[in-house]
Write a protein that binds this ligand. Structure first.
Ligand code: PLP
Length: 393
């Protein structure tokens, strides 16, 4: 027996552990100081009442012989796939219900999708990046090349035709940088993918934060994307399902190569290794798309969006360069006075008792940058920005 030795090549994920460790040490040494946390990427507001009602009703259905449900369809119940299809229609994108696969979240699908691709593929990921894209490919022993995201390109790298890639990851609005591509910029990526015969894995987990016109809600707003892109999305950020777990992946029928259909391969993969998302959870997710549910989740999103605007305004007042803040719950700022990411972390913690996430933890281009998030309460966010202004103003 041998273990998969590729695991030896995965970088130790010490980012959040180190943040927690430094914060705990500071807190122990300064028990009278109130620490404000703007580092978390998790939602904090409860599920919408419409979702809770649907969950309760579904639980009751499970208690009655006539409405009890056993195994469900591998790809998700029709009522939820129709709801997702109509949601896409609301921003002008047509996808078929049979191109939508419901899952327990975008993270699982982003990792599991690699089952349908050959090990020999070269992977292109942006740097800095959501670590899941890198680690899942390192586990499988694939070659990874990086697209540099930096201040010069506003953390939105564009295709470089000198670089060959087979699988391209794009996350927009981006975690950690909050930067979001326009439809026009994605057209360039689709053109590149089609020319290289590559597939784009498009992570739209934060699409619900987009408020400005011209920015893409879905890669399928670009003509030709259906023959080169798979889209991943989630109920986690739009509706606070991080602990409830539901997401979906869109695989168009047009995505084919050598007589093989990506949609059919994924169905086969899911049918073999996955037995679907609980009926109760899918009922809760479907309630997100009711008029009542939509109004309620928009009110929650508005809280996070206001927090993001408060942090962005603080950076504007201090003259600090940043991306995100609009169309995203993340603010990615350039550490002031030439400080490194961890240096700024310690500076902010010891002088303002504010915790964020050092950009260096997301890739080499993250050094010198820092991520703040809009998921804390309105009070915490306001107090944190006041403190930041006091020490940097
Ligand atoms: N994609 C990105 C970019 C994320 O930041 C996250 C979670 O933070 C996910 C996917 C995971 O989403 P889910 O909760 O649906 O697994």
């Amino acid at each position: 027996m041998n273990y998969n030795s590729n695991f030896k090549n995965i970088a130790e994920s010490y980012l959040f552990a180190e943040v927690a460790d430094r914060t705990a040490k500071y807190s122990a040494a300064n028990p009278d100081k109130k620490i404000l946390r703007l580092g978390i990427g998790d939602v904090t507001l409860p599920l919408a009442p419409a979702v809770i009602k649907a969950l309760h009703e579904a639980v009751d259905e499970m208690a009655v012989k006539e409405t009890f449900k056993g195994y469900g369809p591998y790809e998700g119940y029709g009522f939820l796939r129709d709801g997702i299809k109509d949601y896409y229609k609301s921003f002008g994108v047509e996808v078929g219900a049979d191109e939508i696969f419901v899952s327990d979240g975008a993270k699982s699908d982003l990792g599991n999708i690699l089952d349908i691709f050959a090990r020999e593929n070269t992977i292109l990921v942006p740097d800095p990046v959501y670590p899941v894209y890198v680690d899942t490919n390192v586990m499988a022993g694939r070659k990874i090349v990086y697209a540099n995201a930096n201040e010069a390109n506003g953390f939105l790298p564009m295709p470089d035709y000198k670089v060959d890639a087979d699988v391209i990851y794009i996350c927009s609005p981006n975690n950690p940088t909050g930067a979001a591509y326009t439809v026009g910029q994605l057209e360039e990526w689709v053109k590149y993918a089609l020319e290289k015969g590559a597939v784009i894995l498009y992570d739209a987990a934060y699409e619900s934060f987009i408020t400005e016109g011209g920015l893409a809600r879905s890669i399928y707003q670009v003509e030709g994307a259906k023959s080169c892109a798979i889209e991943f999305c989630s109920f986690s950020k739009i509706a606070g399902f991080t602990g409830t777990r539901c997401g979906y992946t869109v695989i168009p029928h047009a995505l084919k190569k050598d007589g093989m259909s990506a949609n059919k391969l994924w169905f086969r993969r899911q049918a073999t290794k996955f037995n679907g998302v609980p009926y109760i959870i899918q009922k809760g997710a479907a309630a997100v798309f009711t008029p009542e549910g939509m109004a309620q989740i928009k009110a929650n999103l508005a809280v996070y969006q206001r927090n993001a605007a408060v942090i962005a305004k603080c950076m504007d007042e201090l003259g600090i360069w940043y991306t995100g803040g609009k169309n995203s719950p993340y603010i990615w700022l350039k550490c002031p006075n030439g400080m490194g990411s961890w240096e700024f972390f310690d500076f902010l913690l010891s002088n303002a008792q504010v915790v964020g996430t050092p950009g260096a933890g997301f890739g080499k281009n993250g050094e010198g940058f820092f991520r703040l998030t809009a998921f804390a309460s309105e009070e915490t966010t306001k107090e944190a920005t006041e403190r930041i202004k006091k020490i940097l103003g």
